[in-house]
Design a protein around this ligand. Structure first.
Ligand code: MN
Length: 276
């Protein structure tokens, strides 16, 4: 027997009704529910088991986010860094930036384009790629995430960063987390406690609520199988290559200093665009 249901209205006017059936242990933990979904559209009722989001992704494409992952003649491209390799020192050192941008991110970019070609995926819409990632080869997931996550990360840091956000973003953070400090604590904890390699995120979820999450490896909140799906507004890389040269094993110190270079301006712009 179905106990609860959720209704999602997609941007493409599909309506998805998600029915949740508790498993035998009667746990109320959401993860223990078996989900069955139906897509309702154009007067038809189609059974579509295990759909948990709109067919083309519930997270709409946004111009600013898309501009951070430009597509050109060679496929997806790395944006030039907006600052010099040593501009974030001592919070992020020059050698780490040079290797991270010039080797790690460049490598993901090259391999992502190769993986797309090998899988005959021709779309240039990165939202669409991640909305179908669970049915894509691992190379598309790992290198696509590596390409996209880093493209955002460079923009979240600036030699003019630090301080506090303002406007609608600050209001939304205070509403969601209680205060800016409580948000920073929650985000820092998510980053510090992510086991192994991964990322922490501030996400505008599918219900329009701000949430903090963490993802393993190069996964991100645009992926259709992410635990918390939504529009990414902020991330921090907690792979060891992001901090080990400067901080060795002191990941917490790297996270503390990340706030000193955080470019709130682009976080606010992404938020305003996402709610618009
Ligand atoms: Mn990295």
């Amino acid at each position: 027997m179905f106990r609860t249901f959720s209704v999602f209205i997609c941007s493409n006017h599909q309506i998805i009704i998600e029915l949740q059936t508790p498993q035998k242990n009667n746990s109320m933990n959401k993860r223990d529910f078996i989900k069955t979904s139906m897509v309702v559209g154009a007067g038809t009722l189609l059974s579509a088991p295990l759909i948990s989001s709109c067919a083309t992704g519930t997270v709409k494409s946004t111009a600013l986010l898309t501009s951070l992952v430009p597509y050109g003649a060679a496929g997806f491209e790395q944006q030039p860094l907006a600052y010099a390799f040593d501009a974030l020192a001592p919070n992020v050192d020059a050698q780490t930036m040079e290797l991270h941008y010039g080797k790690h991110h460049a490598g993901y970019t090259k391999k992502f384009n190769a993986a797309l070609e090998a899988a005959s995926i021709e779309t240039t819409d990165i939202h669409e790629i991640f909305a179908n990632i669970s049915s894509s080869p691992a190379g598309v997931r790992n290198n696509g995430g590596g390409y996209f996550n880093h493209a955002l990360y460079w923009n979240f840091m600036s030699p003019d960063g630090g301080g506090e956000p303002g406007g609608k973003l600050l209001t939304a953070i205070e509403k969601a987390f209680g205060s800016l400090d409580e948000f920073k604590q929650k985000f820092s904890t998510a980053a510090a406690t992510q086991f192994g390699s991964g990322w922490a995120w501030l996400v505008l979820d599918e219900e329009g609520t701000l949430q903090v999450s963490a993802t393993a490896n190069q996964d991100n909140p645009l992926m259709d199988d992410a635990e918390i799906k939504g529009t990414p507004l902020l991330n921090i890389d907690v792979w060891e290559h992001a901090y080990y040269l400067n901080y060795q094993n002191r990941r917490k110190e790297y996270i503390t200093n990340f706030w000193k270079v955080l470019n709130w301006d682009i976080v606010e712009k992404l938020y305003v665009e996402a709610i618009g």
